[in-house]
Design a protein around this ligand. Structure first.
Ligand code: MLT
Length: 262
């Protein structure tokens, strides 16, 4: 792990491999290590950069964490690494940041990966729920958030048959600072609707989703696929929201096929 000192914020990241730079942005409320199977399997072909977004993992906790601020952090990290253009991808919250990045810096994007995510902003109900969870994180700590979120992040069968996955996720969540969790929830609640951006996307785009994703169901991915010209849609059986963690082999196959086509 390395720290990038980006003027007022320290971003922790891992960098591995050589070749086409591929930035992967993690989901809420996890950290960069959720990508370990992808990096492990494919870093002999590509240069992976996996940061902890602000407020998570070992990166600085900031009072504000909008999707735009997180996207700016990634642009600053790329500047720091001397990378002009990269493949940018993210899962769920990482996908929200990916879309915010494309809106701000389209010329820096070689291709997009949108995993288990959506373009729409929150409903009023979802915003209220995020504020409730932000307050709960501050009051009860990260362990309460782990208990509430993990059953939604993975498919029921994964919970029943692979307890080691729940345990791995829990250990990621509980290491996060409640202030970082709360700031990200508020940042997600305030995020803009990116639906109008989809038809403007001019780079190769891989959309990937678990068939049993309850948080961002496959219909949302199918809708993005219809809007993004020339995009590829892959639906993974036997996976919930964290499709890359639950079905790493199938996810890696789709990712490798996409990246090798660029
Ligand atoms: C995530 O997996 O990043 C979150 O579930 C996203 C969200 O809460 O919208």
């Amino acid at each position: 792990m390395t720290f990038a000192h980006l003027g007022g914020i320290e971003l922790a990241y891992d960098e591995r491999g050589e070749g086409l730079p591929v930035v992967l942005l993690h989901a809420f409320p996890l950290n960069r290590t959720m990508w370990s199977e992808q990096v492990e399997a494919l870093s002999h072909e590509y240069r992976f950069i996996t940061p902890d977004l602000r407020g998570f993992g070992e990166s600085s906790v900031m009072p504000s964490a909008t999707m735009e601020e997180m996207a700016q952090d990634i642009a600053s990290l790329l500047d720091d690494l001397g990378i002009e253009r990269a493949v940018i991808g993210g899962l769920s919250m990482g996908g929200y940041v990916t879309l915010a990045f494309y809106r701000q810096f389209p010329q820096r994007v070689r291709a997009l990966i949108l995993a288990d995510t959506r373009a729409q902003a929150d409903s009023e109900e979802a915003r209220l729920n995020r504020e409730r969870m932000a307050e709960r994180a501050l009051r009860e700590g990260a362990a309460a958030i782990a208990e509430e979120m993990i059953p939604k992040l993975i498919a029921p069968q994964t919970i029943a048959e692979r307890p080691e996955i729940s345990e791995r996720l829990r250990s990621m969540v509980v290491r996060n600072d409640p202030q970082g969790i709360a700031a990200a929830q508020r940042g997600m609640a305030a995020r803009r609707d990116q639906s109008d951006l989809l038809a403007q996307i001019r780079v190769p785009t891989l959309i990937i989703v678990g068939r049993e994703d309850q948080l961002t169901p496959p219909e949302l991915s199918a809708a993005m696929h219809r809007e993004i010209a020339g995009s590829t849609l892959v639906v993974l059986d036997g996976a919930g929201h964290l499709s890359n963690v639950e079905r790493p082999e199938e996810f890696n196959r789709a990712l490798d096929q996409f990246l090798s086509s660029l």
